[in-house]
Design a protein around this ligand. Structure first.
Ligand SMILES: [Zn+2]
Length: 852
């Protein structure tokens, strides 16, 4: 007997190869299927246990090597999502052929084998069928051993209407008409050995681009009809990133072809099915001549991320769901590498500071969790799909890469992939590979980052010619009983001594580290280059030395971190809030858009904290801060201007016209938008998102109605999204009520509605209305919205910053827990607690700074 935990399938049998034949019915939303699975029986048994959910099994039989047939019966364990197949005769060890015929439903919950609908060119509702299996929904499409380590070969056959297209993981080997039925049979090649959650099949009216080739394998972009003109950019970054990864990993693309497929209804951003990556339309289809730079970057990011998974995730897979970060942190890290390599002028690693800061924000909560934690039941893995796995994971990998040196790190990665290809691996396997290639004690260092929640606050002071660097855990909420947690933190130092700049790296393993310099420092930057996943607090002397010439001494990412770290310590009550506000006045000439994001984020936060009477004072300060630079930038790009500057112009004018409530900017925005409507080519693309947000901020019913219609007739997914989400940015209660209704009446796809609802909660003028609506319609939302999105919608509660609302929110979620979120709900609630605590603690300072 094997001793298998109850959440895992018994280890008496495992699959080698599945041949799956499915006939979907796009009219009645059902499918019938049959599969033939080559199974290895390890111990004599009369039972095969595998996963199945919402499937009806018609017939089961198993055949031995001599052709003897053994017909079985099926019982279901619904709560465990399992089918137990029982056979009258004992199955002896060896290879068997298992046959199952079954049927299921094409659901509308965006998981398993599901249906998506859209209006075709003639306005007719049209259906397509797609799949989304991660984490454990392959079992809704065919009975299977639905665990990541139980890899097998998949051969898919789809029987579909003659006029439709079928796409799966591998290339089509044969298409045969089925005379008299109006159908055809599409047979796909065998896939490589892979996990069930990576299987995909898509059926519908699709158009495909001309292929480009990487390692001799064709890459295409597939869309519903009429959208092929939006595929060029996705194809370009798809090709470039696949090429880049093939070289970086030192191993060619493992599939036989690669299709990137845009699906009108899609719960996540995209899914890395081997050879058949599915995307929501906004993440793949884009008009490269009209989209804002930030929108182009988003498509480049997502496409690169999914392509990176073809190796990290698909070729080598985590053994169990606790190792999800091996997939997701790497794909996020590699996504930056590929985009940075493709368009160095975008400075992708500098803008990664924004993601890193967002991860530091969640990870500074007492309700944070380690990147990797024990996962038993796969349902617990749903709590892993968040910022701590993706962004913190990627950030600690970046820190490690910079500490070891990129070539040594790359060698380790390549070794890891080579050793575990077509198989599964654990975190420890990765450290083994990198240690072998670098001869460095990587494991002891990385264990402190991967298996321990939180991160250190690094304090720095000068003591003569010594730099004294110490660490303590950083928390937003002080409870006076902090643990003695330590991290092995690589410290990157840039220091000027006697007029000469030096750099060095050290490892801070204990509470304190003393570094002897060649003389007392003129100034020093700790976390030089900005790769460390920690916060830095300088002594006031050292801070003054740095800020004496901030633009010269600190790079953009270092300035970003200085603001972000100071703000965090102010929120935590470790630095006076006034020190933070004074610091901002040094940034009037700042021209990096990420640094501005670090400044404007806290301004939005403060706006939510202030009473209505105090807000005009903040708005005045914002006008003072933004005025000089926006004057200088004007409203149109200069010839040959860097796209990052165009983006900065758009973002600053947007902030000035909304958060700064600047009348002149609002008027000019209306003028410029009128030009845009008359002739789109007259206005810079990077200005449009801000114009739309300013018009919403100031707009009444006529603008609302215009935006609502524009979102419905939009020419690109980005435009549709821009105008749809603008409907949450108006300020009049009657208009916001209409947007709230749209989240549930079918006007907005369920893939977007939860995020629109989150925006409504974050709108200071609409938050109370939205909160009342959420409570009233909670059951309906939980039923209609995709499972993974409800907890993300709830993030909007962080904006409900009053003690009264906080009490309501806490009571409500105590009575209505969100099952899929793990600790995410606690994290949202704690963020709200941090804001309310800051509001109460700083009441007197806020009153002085922002007199009402
Ligand atoms: Zn991913």
């Amino acid at each position: 007997m094997t001793d298998t935990p109850s959440y895992k399938l018994p280890e008496t049998t495992y699959p080698e190869r599945y041949a799956i034949r499915l006939t979907p019915d796009l009219t009645h939303f059902t499918f019938v299927g049959e599969e033939s699975v080559t199974v290895t029986v390890k111990e004599p048994t009369q039972e095969i246990v595998l996963n199945a959910c919402e499937l009806i099994v018609h017939k089961v039989w198993i055949v031995d090597a001599n052709g003897n047939t053994n017909e079985g019966s099926t019982t279901f364990d619904e709560s465990a999502e399992r089918a137990v197949l029982r056979f009258p005769r004992v199955l002896t060890p060896g290879e068997w052929q298992l046959h199952i015929s079954f049927e299921g439903i094409l659901n509308d919950k965006l998981r398993g084998f599901y249906r998506s609908s859209y209006k075709d060119a003639d306005g007719q509702d049209t259906i397509l069928a797609s799949t989304q299996f991660e984490s454990t929904d392959a079992r809704r499409a065919f009975p299977c051993w639905d665990e990541p380590a139980l890899k097998a070969v998949f051969q898919v056959t789809l029987v579909i209407d003659e006029g439709l297209t079928a796409i799966s993981n591998a290339a089509i080997v044969q298409e045969t008409p089925q005379p008299g039925t109006g159908k055809k049979e599409v047979i796909f090649a065998d896939s490589m050995k892979m996990s069930t959650y990576l299987v995909a099949f898509i059926v519908g009216e699709f158009e495909t681009s001309e292929p480009t080739y990487v390692d001799g394998k064709p890459l295409r972009v597939c869309s519903i009809p009429g959208k092929q003109h939006l595929t060029k950019f996705g194809q370009a970054i798809g090709t470039a990133s696949l090429q880049f990864f093939s070289q970086y990993y030192g191993r060619p693309y493992p599939g036989d072809k690669l299709d990137l497929i845009a699906i009108p209804d899609f719960a996540a951003g995209a899914m890395e099915n081997l050879g058949a990556i599915t995307f929501r339309e906004t993440a793949l289809l884009i008009d490269e001549d009209a989209a804002a730079r930030s929108e182009l970057e988003r498509v480049a990011d997502v496409v690169s991320h999914e392509n990176a998974h073809m190796w990290f995730g698909d070729l080598v897979t985590m053994r169990w769901w606790n190792g999800l970060w091996l997939n997701e942190a790497f794909a996020t890290f590699m996504e930056m590498m590929a985009v940075d390599n493709w368009k160095p002028e975008w400075q992708r690693w500098t803008s990664f500071a924004v993601s890193r800061a967002a991860a530091l924000q969640v990870d500074g909560l007492r309700s944070s969790r380690p990147i990797e934690f024990p996962v038993k039941h796969p349902e617990e893995a749903a709590a892993m799909f968040n910022i701590l796995t993706y962004e913190k994971g990627a950030a600690v990998l970046r820190m490690l890469e910079q500490y070891l040196g990129p070539p040594a790190f790359q060698k380790g990665i390549s070794r890891y992939l080579q050793k575990h290809e077509y198989d599964s691996a654990e975190t420890t396997d990765l450290w083994d590979a990198i240690e072998e290639s670098t001869q460095q004690p990587v494991r002891t260092m990385m264990d402190t980052w991967v298996f321990q929640a939180g991160y250190p606050l690094i304090s720095v002071e000068a003591d003569g010619a010594d730099l004294v660097i110490s660490q303590q855990p950083f928390y937003y909420l002080q409870n006076g009983m902090d643990d003695a947690k330590h991290w092995q933190a690589p410290i990157f130092i840039k220091v000027q001594v006697n007029g000469e700049i030096q750099t060095q790296t050290a490892l801070l393993g204990d509470a304190e580290l003393r570094l002897s310099l060649s003389g007392s420092p003129d100034w020093a930057v700790v976390n030089a280059g900005g790769h460390g996943f920690y916060r830095v607090r300088y002594s006031s002397d050292m801070l003054n030395q740095l800020t004496g010439n901030i633009q010269a001494r600190l790079s953009a990412i270092e300035r970003f971190n200085l603001i972000s770290d100071t703000w965090a310590t102010a929120q935590a009550g470790l630095t006076p809030l006034t020190a933070y506000l004074d610091l901002l006045t040094l940034f009037q000439e700042e021209t990096d858009h990420n640094v501005w994001a670090a400044i404007l984020g806290p301004c939005h936060y403060l706006y939510r904290l202030l009473s209505p009477a105090q807000r005009p004072a903040l708005q005045r300060r914002i006008r003072d801060l933004l005025g000089p630079l926006t004057q200088q930038l004007g409203w149109s790009p200069k010839d040959g201007e860097n796209a990052l500057i165009s983006q900065l112009r758009g973002e600053l004018l947007g902030a000035l016209g909304t958060l700064g409530d600047d009348r002149a900017t609002q008027e000019e925005a209306h003028n410029v938008y009128a030009h845009y409507k008359a002739d789109r080519d007259t206005v810079d693309r990077n200005l449009i998102p801000s114009l739309v947000s300013i018009l919403a901020y100031t707009g009444r019913a006529n603008v609302y109605e215009e935006f609502r219609q524009t979102s419905q007739t939009a020419k690109t997914p980005q435009e549709e999204q821009r105008y749809q989400f603008a409907l949450a940015a108006f300020r009049h209660q009657d208009l916001l009520k209409q947007t709230l209704v749209m989240t549930l009446n079918g006007d907005v796809r369920t893939q977007n509605a939860p995020y629109l609802m989150r925006s409504l909660l974050m709108n200071t003028d609409g938050r109370e209305l939205a909160w009342a609506f959420l409570q009233e319609h909670w059951e309906e939302m939980a039923e209609k919205f995709p499972d993974n999105s409800v907890i993300r919608m709830c993030e909007g509660i962080v904006a409900l910053v009053t003690p009264e609302l906080e009490a309501e929110v806490t009571d409500f979620f105590a009575a209505h827990p969100v099952p899929q979120g793990g600790k995410m709900m606690d994290q949202h609630l704690e963020k709200l607690r941090v804001a309310v605590a800051c509001q109460q603690r700083e009441a007197a300072n806020l009153e002085t700074y922002f007199p009402g």
